[in-house]
Design a protein around this ligand. Structure first.
Ligand SMILES: Nc1ncnc2c1ncn2[C@@H]1O[C@H](COP(=O)(O)OP(=O)(O)O)[C@@H](O)[C@H]1O
Ligand SMILES: [Mg+2]
Length: 284
């Protein structure tokens, strides 16, 4: 969870051109238009395919219309990784004991709504059901956050924007988005990148030469054929990037693929062998 940063010029320790993101479709233009219209956005796709990087990139990229002529400003981004115990009050806030007093402490969503930040609820279906109430009131014409415990009806700052992500693979385990929630969002679908795009991503993220990056991208492509045949989790680009970072630091490709890809994907010895076999052939 990141606290909202004030809307100031980029701190010097950031890359001058922001978090790097390779577009794979119309997502930049759609997101910019959604931001301009203050429409909430839903990012749908398997794990490790660039959703979080995309939001970080967009938050960096977008700047207030009034400042268009100047250098891009960071749009403050508040990210919440949702999990099964996350409740509405974790998002909205709670009373805390401070000495003899109780003081109200805004949760991350309330901070974003108040200050005009972008709020990214990652894996939103993991959160408890009571969170849909607050999402609904923020994603229609009302744009309000009811803070039940203080009686406040918080009007969203004009620059507040809600972004959520959702992994449809989890629908199989009973976690899916209710239609009444889904219909409130502009939906952007994320899928695994093409071989060419994934090669570019792996090379950029790891510093590996293009030929080695291409081999890793081929590993990803081949392993995705195993999905549903013993492999339940998606083979995200993240795994290839991790293996590539190890290789770039001198770890033998075979070992790198085993520890960063095969073991990350499965506990099953036979499936793991099938994965390392693929790596052996493609990453000699
Ligand atoms: N289109 C992309 N552009 C840049 N990097 C990407 C892209 N897709 C995947 N990546 C890489 O994969 C990693 C995992 O992506 P991430 O955004 O964390 O996935 P998700 O949020 O979908 O689970 C990123 O840290 C980045 O290195
Ligand atoms: Mg993510």
């Amino acid at each position: 969870m990141t606290a909202p940063t004030p809307l100031t010029a980029r701190p010097d320790d950031r890359p001058p051109d922001g978090p790097w993101y390779l577009p794979t479709g119309d997502e930049l233009a759609v997101f910019e238009a959604a931001w301009a219209a203050r429409l909430p956005v839903l990012l749908r796709g398997p794990t490790g395919c660039g959703k979080t990087r995309f939001v970080e990139h967009m938050a960096w990229r977008l700047h207030r219309a009034a400042d268009r002529a100047q250098t891009p400003l960071d749009v403050p981004l508040v990210t919440v990784a949702c999990h099964e115990d996350l409740s509405a009050s974790d998002l909205v806030g709670r009373w805390l004991l401070s000495g003899d007093e109780t003081v109200w402490r805004d949760g991350p969503l309330a901070r974003a709504v108040r200050s005009g930040a972008m709020c990214y609820l990652d894996e939103v279906v993991e959160a408890r059901r009571d969170t849909t109430v607050v999402i609904h009131s923020l994603t229609d014409h009302r744009r309000v956050l009811p803070i039940e415990r203080t009686g406040e009806l918080l009007d969203a700052h004009p620059d507040f924007m809600l972004v959520v992500s959702y992994n449809p693979g989890h629908a199989a385990v009973g976690k899916s988005l209710k239609a009444s929630t889904r219909q409130r969002f502009v939906s952007l679908d994320f899928a695994y990148p093409s071989l060419e795009a994934e090669t570019t991503i792996v090379a950029h993220e790891t510093g590996l030469d293009p030929a080695t990056a291409l081999r890793l991208a081929r590993v990803g492509e081949r392993l995705r054929h195993l999905e549903g045949h013993g492999l339940d989790d998606g083979v995200g680009t993240r795994l290839l990037v991790h293996a590539g970072k190890l290789i770039a630091r001198g770890v033998a490709p075979r070992l790198a693929c085993d520890v960063a890809i095969a073991r990350a994907l499965t506990e099953d010895a036979a499936v793991r062998r099938a994965i390392t076999d693929v790596c052996d052939v493609l990453m000699p």
